[in-house]
Design a protein around this ligand. Structure first.
Ligand SMILES: [Zn+2]
Length: 263
């Protein structure tokens, strides 16, 4: 018994001392790479929509990013032909290059809600860092420009003022999320990565998206017409419709995101 108490004392002593006495010297171990000390804590927020609670009519929000490049007509024509509602996140870069597809969105505003994917498709992170090899905005001023530049381009293209923002790579640091929220936006995460950045094979993308569950927010890309994934995405849209899915846009129902992205 005495022995046990003594051991406990030995364990507690250094803890208590450490808690009360700050170390006189800074910790010796430091990141070998100085820039690693500046690396921000990045988050990739989840987003769900309110569930229908109806097993035969699950609710799914399809969201498509139009990052840059072209429009994937396999997906766009399926959405229009099958009258499937979706939320499209567009960049200023993409809008400039794809006026014909923008016209299709404008002709089908009962289906499409367009939201802000930024000006130049740079990650909305306010410190300098590379994400998947893409240089982040790097400062609060640059984050603001990425967000407001995207919105300005949307208004100039005849689209409604956006209320949701999704940054390039869907990663943020918490201070950038606060800043974007202060600009009046909700930040759009997702719950189901449908196409792996448009790099999945057609069958895998199809299987993933076709398995969407009640309340899922699906993320896929509508800007890579030469990638195999888009073929699978288009097939999955039809499969979801056949399953009786209720398709909603992000402004149709309450969205619940983590990392302070919606509340
Ligand atoms: Zn993107």
């Amino acid at each position: 018994m005495r022995r046990a108490l003594f051991s406990t004392f030995l364990i507690l002593l250094p803890l208590a001392a450490g808690a009360e006495n700050p170390p006189a010297r800074p910790p010796v171990s430091r990141p070998a790479n100085a820039s690693a000390a500046l690396a921000p804590k990045l988050v990739e927020p989840h987003l769900h929509v309110a569930r229908s609670g109806n097993a035969v009519r699950p609710r799914v929000a399809l969201t498509f990013d139009a990052c840059m490049g072209q429009a994937d007509q396999r997906i766009l024509s399926t959405l229009v032909r099958e009258r499937i509602p979706a939320t499209i996140f567009v960049t200023a870069r993409w809008l400039k290059k794809n006026p014909q597809s923008v016209a299709i969105f404008l002709q089908n505003l009962d289906l499409f809600e367009l939201q802000n994917h930024g000006q130049n498709h740079v990650p909305a992170v306010d410190v300098p860092v590379l994400i998947y090899g893409i240089a982040a905005a790097g400062s609060p001023e640059a984050v603001r420009q990425e967000v407001s530049g995207g919105a300005d381009a949307m208004l100039a293209a005849g689209l409604a003022a956006p209320r949701w923002f999704r940054g390039s790579t869907a990663k943020y640091d918490p201070s950038a999320i606060r800043q974007i929220r202060d600009m009046g936006y909700r930040v759009a995460g997702y719950s189901l990565n449908g196409d792996g950045g448009s790099l999945l094979g057609a069958d895998v993308a199809e299987k993933r998206i076709a398995a969407a569950k009640d309340g899922d927010v699906v993320l896929a890309h509508i800007n890579q017409p030469t990638h195999a994934a888009g073929e699978g995405v288009a097939r999955a849209l039809i499969a979801l419709k056949r399953r009786g899915v209720e398709f909603v846009r992000l402004s149709d129902v309450d969205g619940m995101g983590d990392d302070d992205t919606t509340q």
